[in-house]
Write a protein that binds this ligand. Structure first.
Ligand SMILES: Cc1cc2nc3c(=O)[nH]c(=O)nc-3n(C[C@H](O)[C@H](O)[C@H](O)COP(=O)(O)OP(=O)(O)OC[C@H]3O[C@@H](n4cnc5c(N)ncnc54)[C@H](O)[C@@H]3O)c2cc1C
Length: 179
């Protein structure tokens, strides 16, 4: 059946002398929004970061997405005079989940979200803006913002992003960008 016998080396395993061993303080797998945010923060803290992507193009599902992020109590709400409180957000999330949500996890998301937005805006070219009048998905639920404020978008700029590179996901290469 096989012209040559299968040996333990038939699949061309790199030999130890061919391997290049690199070490990093932090290894990040993937190049989606979560991974890149983690990599940026780790590098800013002084860590050497190894960023690895298993796909042929970078960006993951994030590069294909609508790019809208839901961050209650985000720093741009105050600019538009929109009030928000932790209690309102927890009430909204609780009502969406029929009270089954893990409040510790939900609280971590509520508390960290605004910090992530501020951090990225202060330390990277990323800028967010509120999608005006875009209501929460279930404005009829208690704690919802029917007039919007919690949904942010992040317009891409050709001058500040590298998404037009040939290794970007196809959707990121073809998406309209601001100047
Ligand atoms: C069409 C569409 C529109 C969407 N619109 C929105 C929206 O507007 N707002 C919203 O909030 N959400 C939206 N979503 C959902 C959102 O895109 C995802 O929840 C989000 O992008 C996930 O981000 P992530 O960083 O966790 O993972 P991803 O962006 O998926 O990144 C994961 C990356 O890790 C890589 N990877 C996996 N395993 C390994 C490994 N072992 N080694 C190396 N790399 C690895 C993958 O190849 C990938 O690049 C949308 C989804 C789709 C499909």
């Amino acid at each position: 059946m096989f012209s040559e016998p299968l040996t333990s080396n038939w699949y061309a395993t790199p030999q130890p002398e061919e391997c290049v061993v690199e070490t990093f303080d932090v290894v990040v797998l993937g190049t989606g929004a979560a991974a890149l945010t983690a990599a940026i923060r780790a590098a800013d803290e002084g860590a050497s970061v190894g960023l690895f992507e298993k796909a042929d193009s970078v960006g993951g599902t994030s590069a294909w997405s609508g790019g809208m992020v839901w961050i209650p109590m985000n720093p741009h709400m105050a600019e538009l005079g929109i009030d928000d409180t932790r209690e309102e957000v927890m009430t909204y999330l609780g009502s969406l989940s029929n009270g089954l949500i893990d409040e510790t996890l939900a609280g971590a998301m509520i508390d960290a979200g605004p910090e992530v937005i501020s951090y990225l805006e202060e330390n990277t070219p990323t800028r967010f803006q509120i999608i005006k009048d875009f209501p929460d998905y279930h404005p009829e639920h208690p704690g919802a913002k029917s007039g919007g404020g919690r949904s942010l978008e992040c317009p891409l700029s050709r001058s500040t992003s590298s998404v037009s590179g040939s290794r970007a996901s196809p959707s990121a290469r073809s998406c309209p960008a601001t100047s």
